[in-house]
Design a protein around this ligand. Structure first.
Ligand code: UDP
Ligand code: MG
Length: 307
């Protein structure tokens, strides 16, 4: 019999874990496979860990890793994938925004059709603040123009994967992790299912607008070097302009002398160039910071407890 591991990162989710667990078990009979729960307590400050411990006592199929502090969802997913022993692995959120009723269908597709992975995306952005969905759309347009790795708009981290694909993902030990990119980068045949956005079962989202913005910058830096290319092109354009201007000014000075004027234009040009230089330096700096973190070879997460 096949074994399916559910990888579930949890950060301050005391209200949702049991709801999630019970909901998944409702579909167990349709699965014709053994289940394994791999919860990751991402340094929660509430009773998340206590609930996981209690569940582990009640049900030996429940396993967990608990981090020494909050390492972020990406680290949680990675730890969960390492913990999972199943023939198939599913990554999903604990708040039931990734509906468990899709599990039997996903299992069927990966097992009987010629796919290694079933991925999900939301069919609409209904229920999301309009500003947020506007920026989300912009982000996906931008990153797909700039990167050869396809990042699907509205893709969720709810995925059903074969062991082969999971092993490939675990081998990718980069420190700056952007799952939506890694899943796509490793390749394999993926079928996409779309579903309506579901509200959180309980508790609150951990993403603020700012953290989403930072996350999108991470994504762009990790999967594209186009910003570096743009800064070089900008430099080149300004170089050509300045050479032309230089000739113009020298010739004009030789023909008409050198009347002292043009202070405003000079200041504008200096400001423009100064800001361009800072912008480009900043872009280069962002990539260097990523190299810096990557070369440190820091651990992606630190385990405090495991069962
Ligand atoms: N999560 C986590 N670490 C974090 C933030 C979130 O493990 O630092 C987990 C969280 O418990 C949930 C999932 O990631 O299972 C998705 O989080 P959330 O529902 O807050 O995000 P949203 O669905 O709003 O994108
Ligand atoms: Mg959620």
């Amino acid at each position: 019999m096949d074994k399916i591991s559910l990888v579930v990162p949890c950060y301050n989710e005391e209200e949702t874990i049991r709801i999630f667990y019970n909901e998944v078990l409702k579909y167990e009979s349709q699965l014709d496979a053994e289940l394994e729960f791999c919860f990751v307590d991402d340094g929660s400050h509430d009773h998340t860990l206590d609930i996981l411990k209690a569940l582990h006592e009640e049900d030996e199929r429940v396993h967990y890793v608990s981090f020494s502090r909050n390492f972020g969802k990406e680290a949680g997913l990675y730890a969960g994938l390492e913990l999972a022993t199943g023939d198939y692995v599913v990554t999903m959120d604990v708040d039931l925004q990734d509906p468990p009723h899709l599990l039997p269908e996903m299992y069927n597709i990966v097992k009987n059709e010629d796919y290694d992975c079933v991925a999900t995306k939301r069919s609409t952005r209904k229920g999301e603040p309009p500003i947020r969905s506007f920026f989300a759309r912009m982000f996906y347009k931008l990153i797909n123009k700039m990167s050869s790795t396809e990042i699907v708009d509205g893709a969720r981290d709810y995925r059903f994967m074969s062991r082969q694909m999971v092993d490939a993902i675990i081998k990718d030990q980069e420190y700056n992790r952007f799952s939506k990119g890694i899943f796509s980068w490793v390749g394999f045949k993926t079928k996409w299912l779309a579903y309506e956005n579901v509200e959180r079962s309980a508790g609150n989202t951990k993403w603020s607008f700012f953290s989403l913005f930072k996350y999108s910058i991470e994504g762009i830096l990790a999967y594209s070097v186009v910003p570096l290319f743009i800064s070089s092109i900008l430099g080149l354009i300004f170089f050509v302009i300045s050479v032309i201007a230089l000739f113009g000014i020298v010739i004009r000075a030789m023909l008409f002398g050198d009347p002292v004027s043009g202070w405003p234009s000079m200041v504008s040009i200096m400001l423009l160039l100064g800001s361009m230089i800072l912008l480009c330096l900043g872009i280069v700096g962002l990539y260097i910071s990523k190299i810096y973190l990557e070369t440190k070879k820091r651990q992606i997460y630190i385990v405090k407890e495991k069962a």
